[in-house]
Write a protein that binds this ligand. Structure first.
Ligand code: NDP
Length: 241
C-alpha cells in the first residue's frame, strides 16, 4: 500500500514500531511526538521518516500539523491514534489535572487528529483509522480511573465513527493491547510488573512489534470488511466479549 500514514506518538515505544512497520509496508510515514526532541530525531534518523512536534491535546495545533503534513507529503490515507500517557493514582486522591491530562491526551486527541483528516478521506472514498486503546479500557484497572475512562472512550469513538464512515470506504478500528514492553511500562514497579506477568497466560509481556503487525493488517487493503472492531492483543490476560 502507499500513501501518507500519520502515527501519533510515533517516535517511541509501540508508536515507533508502528511507524517502522508502516514504512516497511510502503507508506510515507509522518510521526507526531509531544516533546522529546532527542528521541524523535533518533527515530527519524533510524527509520528515515518525517517527525512533527505537536501536542495532540491541542485541537488547533493538530489541525495545523495535519495541514503541514498534507502540504509536504500529500493526502492522508492512514491515521493511527497512538499517543498516550498515564497519570496514575487512586481516584479518591486524583486531581482534576491528572484527570484532564489523561483524558485530553488519550481521548480528545482522537477527535483533534481525526477531525482534520476525515473530510479528505470522505472525498477520496478511502481511509484507515486505528486507535490504540488498552486492556484497561475494556476491564478497568484500579489506580487508572482516568486512563480506563479514556481508553474505553476510544472504543465508543471507534464503533460510532465506523458506522458513520462505512459507506465512504473508511474503516475505523481499535486495538486493545495488554502489557507491552515500552518506556510506559518500564516506569512501573518491578514487583507490580512481575505479578501482572504471572497473570498473563502466554507468560510474558507483549512486544511493540506485535501491536505494529496488527495495525499493519487493519490498515491493509485486505481488511476492508473489518470496521468497528476492537482487536485484543493481550496474551490471553483478559478475554473480552
Ligand atoms: P510511550 O510512553 O513509550 O510513548 C508515548 C509516545 O506518545 C511518545 O512518542 C510521546 O512523545 C507521545 N506523546 C505523549 N504525549 C503526547 C502529546 N501530548 N502529544 C503528542 N505526542 C505525545 O508509550 P507506549 O508506546 O507504551 O504506548 C503507546 C500507546 O499504547 C498509548 O496510547 C498507550 O496508552 C497504549 N498502550 C500501551 C500499553 C503498554 O503496555 N505499553 C498497553 C496498552 C495500551 P514524546 O516522546 O515526545 O514524549
Amino acid at each position: 500500500m502507499s500513501g501518507v500514514a500519520i502515527v501519533t506518538g510515533g517516535t517511541r515505544g509501540i508508536g515507533k514500531a508502528i511507524s517502522a512497520r508502516l514504512k516497511g509496508d510502503g507508506y510515507t510515514v509522518a510521526a507526531i511526538y509531544g516533546g522529546n526532541d532527542e528521541a524523535a530525531k533518533a527515530c527519524a534518523d533510524e527509520l528515515g521518516i518525517a517527525v512533527y512536534r505537536c501536542d495532540v491535546s491541542d485541537p488547533e495545533g493538530c489541525a495545523e500539523t495535519v495541514s503541514r503534513i498534507e502540504a509536504e507529503h500529500g493526502p492522508v490515507a492512514v491515521l493511527v491514534n497512538n499517543a498516550g500517557i498515564t497519570r496514575d493514582g487512586m481516584f479518591h486522591k486524583m486531581s482534576a489535572d491528572q484527570w484532564r491530562a489523561v483524558l485530553s491526551t488519550n481521548l480528545d486527541s482522537a477527535f483533534n487528529m481525526t477531525r482534520p483528516v476525515i473530510d479528505g478521506m470522505r472525498e477520496r472514498g478511502f481511509g484507515r483509522i486505528v486507535s490504540i486503546s488498552s486492556i484497561n479500557g475494556q476491564k478497568g484497572q484500579l489506580g487508572q480511573v482516568n486512563y480506563s475512562a479514556a481508553k474505553a472512550g476510544l472504543i465508543g469513538f471507534t464503533r460510532a465513527l465506523a458506522m458513520e464512515t462505512a459507506r465512504k470506504g473508511i474503516t475505523v478500528n481499535a486495538i486493545a493491547p495488554g502489557y507491552v514492553e515500552t518506556d510506559m511500562t518500564s516506569q512501573m514497579k518491578p514487583e507490580v510488573l512481575q505479578s501482572i506477568v504471572a497473570g498473563i497466560p502466554v507468560g510474558r509481556m507483549g512486544k511493540p512489534e506485535e501491536i505494529a503487525h496488527a495495525v499493519s493488517y487493519l490498515v491493509s487493503e485486505h481488511a476492508g470488511f473489518v470496521t468497528g472492531a476492537v482487536l485484543t492483543a493481550n496474551g490471553g490476560q483478559y478475554v473480552a466479549a
